[in-house]
Ligand binder design. Sequence first.
Ligand code: FPP
Length: 270
Amino acid sequence: MAPTRTIAVPECPTEHDRLLARILSGPPLPRHVAIIMDGNGRWAERQGLQRTAGHRAGVAAVKRVVTAAAEAKVEALTLFTFSVDNWGRPKREISAIMRLLYETTRNELKEMAAKNVRLIATGDIDGLSPTRRRALKEAIHRTRNNTGLVLNLALNYSGRAEILDAVRRVAKEVLDRKLKVADIDESVFAAHLQTNGLPDPDLLIRTSGERRLSNFLLWQTSYTELYVTDTLWPDFGEDDFFRAILDYQSRERRFGRVGTHRPTNGSARE
Ligand code: FPP
């Protein structure tokens, strides 16, 4: 039986408090939430600003969502921060995103410690410049003993590249006679992915109304619940995150089986 949770609701609860209390007293929470943060450029263009201003506002949204995820007791949050395809953007924009990443990993260390956040990264980190890579590794090292939310930044990331890399590593172990072909199953394969150790995402949020996976966590999202919102990433706040979780909690996950609403021989399977 799940342990009883005691939720302290303030005397004059705000919408934020109400949403959080509903989440924490409701059905199981998603253990791992992944987000495709989309719409920074459009947000900036709509305000007559440079696209880079959209990315700066996007960092503020990242901070809000990290706070919300920690409050909602989500175990892991993976943010699609920079894809391998993003290298095709104008140089100026790439530099701005990398600078923001550098500043954020350096400046937010205190905040991450206060929130007990452990930073990790998924993707080809070696493809980042030495300065950015050093700052990132330093932040990962400094937060390694934190026991709260795991914040996973997908950086220079491609889902297909991650799968190919895992295939190569599995093949090498077979060649080195450390692994038998007959023993390769889903859990063995998943252990060779960079996300080894994290549960598969239960919920994937994509902002700005786009309905694509965009090469993000292709193996891991087989049974992930999808939540698409028209809100642009820089406008996405804590309450939006809570509403996405509430929506997730209202769903029935069947994993290809039949649900509780369809009786099978008079008894429900789940
Ligand atoms: C997508 O919006 C956003 C990105 C490709 C970059 C995301 C980066 C940040 C939020 C800043 C750095 C983050 C951290 C974690 C420090 P888009 O530019 O594709 O928007 P558009 O589709 O409207 O053009």
